[in-house]
Design a protein around this ligand. Structure first.
Ligand code: ARG
Length: 246
């Protein structure tokens, strides 16, 4: 019976138990994705996901531990236990959902276009970019990349490790456009006025969700109740306004 109890104990030990025992909420993200996660000049990580993670850790009465991870390795990092949760503006999609569980979406975004100014007034929608004459940049492994492959397959696609490298291609004219999540494009376009222009109206529907390992209903239950609470009590709105209204 002790063996049975032991194995039952193992089966029940989920992410919440790990967090309680270690006293840490380790959150994976990939810094540079404005305004969700950025590295400040002093080396600290800041942003929408970071503040939500800190609030979550506070309610759990544990320490928030940021785990900055390259985007194309972020799901493996979760699955191999390098973090307890992915809080990284990850689009909920079918392919990812076959490997991880997502909590209820905490925000909805969509893809937008960062455009080299020479195309202003000529490229009016993503559809206009689906032509051999265009080179389009995106970040490796993102939903922007998927959109280019599916909807803009006639254009030349160039992949980049970071979103900043992809955006710089548009600035220096090596790429005609970059496809990425609307909040990032909106901030980047404002910061690079004159050197870029943008078509912000999202042309895809992308709920973003926090991802955890499969088979852990306790963790999902915690996350969905946390989300409902902060959406109801004003904490979510306060943090949202801090990062999205400036
Ligand atoms: N929402 C997009 C996706 O899921 C981009 C997310 C990028 N996130 C980041 N932390 N770099 O593919």
């Amino acid at each position: 019976s002790s063996l049975l109890a032991l194995s039952a104990g193992f089966a029940n030990a989920g992410t919440l138990d790990d967090i309680s025992e270690s006293g840490e909420l380790r959150a994976c993200f990939d810094a540079g994705y404005m305004p969700f996660e950025m590295k400040a000049k002093n080396g600290q990580f800041i942003g929408f996901d970071v503040d939500l993670g800190k609030l979550m850790a506070k309610q759990m009465e544990v320490k928030y531990v940021p785990v900055n991870t390259a985007w194309d390795g972020i799901i493996p990092a979760l699955l191999t236990g390098k973090c307890d949760i992915i809080m990284a503006g990850m689009t909920v999609n079918a392919k990812r959902n076959m490997r991880v569980n997502f909590a209820d979406p905490y925000i909805t975004v969509g893809q937008s276009i960062l455009l080299n100014p020479k195309h202003e007034g000529k490229v009016l929608s993503y559809k206009d970019l689906n032509s051999e004459e265009f080179t389009i940049a995106a970040k490796l492994g993102t939903s922007g990349e998927q959109v280019i492959k599916k909807m803009l397959s006639k254009a030349t696609y160039n992949a980049f490790e970071t979103q900043t490298d992809a955006a710089l291609e548009v600035v220096n004219g090596k790429a005609d456009a970059m496809i990425y999540d609307m909040p990032f494009i909106s901030i980047y376009a404002a910061q690079s006025k004159g050197k870029t222009t943008s078509i912000l109206e999202p042309f895809t529907y992308e709920p973003l969700g926090w991802a955890v390992k499969q088979g852990d209903p306790d963790m999902l239950n915690f996350l969905n109740n946390f989300l409902r609470q902060i959406k109801g009590d004003g904490d979510y709105q306060r943090i949202y306004d801090k990062w999205f209204k400036s």
